[in-house]
Design a protein around this ligand. Sequence first.
Ligand SMILES: Cc1ncc(COP(=O)(O)O)c(C=O)c1O
Length: 374
Amino acid sequence: MKRIFLDNAATTPLDPEVMAAMTEVMSGTYGNPSSIHAEGRKARSLIEAARKTVANYLNCSIGEIFFTSGGTEANNMALKNAVRDLGVTRIISSPLEHHCVLHSLDAIRATGAARVEMVRIDERGHVDLEDLRKKLAEEGGKTLVSLMHSNNEIGNLLPLEAVAELCGDAGAMFHCDTVQTIGYFPIDLDRTRVSFLSGSAHKFYGPKGVGFVYVNSDNIIRPYLDGGAQERNMRGGTENIYGIVGLARALEIAAAEREARMAEMWEIKRYFIEQLKSVYPQVAFNGDTENSHCKVLSVSFPESPKGDLLLMNLDLAGISASGGSACSSGIDVGSHVVGHLHPDSKRHTIRFSFSHHNTREEVDAVVSKLGGML
Ligand SMILES: Cc1ncc(COP(=O)(O)O)c(C=O)c1O
């Protein structure tokens, strides 16, 4: 049975071209990038070329990119360093952020070093910009706004430029979790003023366990990991050369194929919505299905005795999807995002998330198999 993978917001399969680039480095480049001999210099040059690729994508300077182990580390670093090193005493965020942001905020709050305020989310799952403006206008000490670019569970998009402007006008810093949008949306940091943003290779067909944080050069922070002088003293530890090379190759391909991939994913997402609505008129969609990422579609099915087993039955039928961010052993324990938007709902929510590899035939198969599971 050929499986149908509709969980591309959780991760994406490694692109064979990316794998080829990585294996070439694995077999031929074993030098430690910190060594000054030829092997070391060769490894160093690969890392610096990768940094250039990321900086080109974001239109920023290479000195503003630091490689990390992924999006979680990048977001932890941005938030915790902003408080520790830059005197931030208030963070404005949203209840719909990824757990790596929400749990970092819990940790910061517990130290007493900064206060955390949550911005209002409207009925469709968008950040209420008026509320953000009001909060920014209140006296609150040095402020960092932390809002994600695209929500990983419902797909809603943040108007990045408008938020950057609001923050800039109020003299606040802005951290944006761009883990779901790097490789899918162009981001021009020369035009859009952001203090920190984050990326993760496995969300755009690169390897797992590698990502980056962008730190605007105005922000002088101290090392996040104490150790050697790697990553310009910011993150000690021998660099993950293969991962970094894979990240850069995946980003180059994603940038070159961006428009074609996005068009294919929109086609699949809209077709899926249409088919679901026509076959199961009682389905509801969480969030804003249009002003959103083409990758993500959150669907709520009416309450039914079989609903709790929906994810497991989909898996048994060869279809991979997910219940939300907090999902273990195939048991859907609920999504904090959908729970915030619809606190009283007893519906069963499934997140389907697409890639340019998905086809209409796969959508037809999923829609038809769903029938016996509801
Ligand atoms: C919005 C968002 N932020 C952060 C992360 C964490 O990224 P990583 O898996 O690279 O730690 C994810 C991954 O699910 C995500 O979707």
